[in-house]
Design a protein around this ligand. Structure first.
Ligand SMILES: *[C@@H]1O[C@H](CO)[C@@H](O)[C@H](O)[C@H]1NC(C)=O
Ligand SMILES: *[C@@H]1O[C@H](CO)[C@@H](O)[C@H](O)[C@H]1NC(C)=O
Length: 171
């Protein structure tokens, strides 16, 4: 009795782990707040026109509906911030560009091309833009790194001379 409960628990854990690992192997994109990011949705073959594709976000909001090769519905959340590339539809490229990224844009996105039964999921990670330091309080690190690179290059050229001599003498 107890054992069977444990094995049920165990198999659920295994199943969960499998789900986890498959989720983490899906494609991810990282964008910065206020920046733009390309979410790819590319079918491997050419598509006969007209093309339709449906982009949804984590809340099942309409990120973009492409119907009969035209941009159709867009949820107010994404209005004016999402563009697609009509000249590329027939090549199978139904990627979109989300502009002016917001923190709440983060999450999974679905692209569906029903005609060819193609589905893809991209998880968008939105982070703060790395701070660009204007005044560097400690300018030493980059300088020393630069010096280290120079030194190692220098060492390489110092090494190459004896090597050249060695190779020449081997001939
Ligand atoms: C799809 O189109 C976009 C916009 O032109 C482009 O940036 C991207 O590289 C294209 N992807 C492929 C696989 O062609
Ligand atoms: C988003 O990216 C940052 C920086 O690469 C990383 O630290 C963080 O764990 C990522 N978050 C998710 C949910 O993937």
């Amino acid at each position: 009795m107890c054992v069977s409960q444990w094995s049920t628990l165990c198999s659920s854990v295994v199943l969960l782990c499998l789900l986890c690992s498959s989720a983490s192997s899906q494609s991810e994109r990282t964008g910065f707040i206020g920046d733009e990011v390309l979410l790819p949705c590319v079918y491997s073959e050419k598509l006969s026109e007209p093309v339709s594709a449906f982009w949804r976000d984590k809340d099942d909001k309409v990120v973009l509906d492409i119907i009969d090769s035209r941009e159709d519905k867009i949820d107010p959340k994404f209005k004016g911030r999402v563009v697609s590339f009509p000249d590329q539809y027939k090549t199978g490229n139904l990627s979109i560009l989300i502009k002016d990224l917001r923190a709440d844009d983060a999450g999974p996105y679905d692209c569906n091309i029903p005609k060819v039964d193609y589905h893809t999921k991209i998880t968008l990670n939105v982070t703060e833009k790395p701070a660009v330091k204007i005044t560097t309080p400690h300018p030493e690190p980059p300088t020393t790194r630069g010096a280290a690179v120079t030194t190692s290059k220098h060492h390489l050229s110092l090494l190459s001379a004896p090597l050249f001599v060695l190779f020449s003498s081997l001939k």
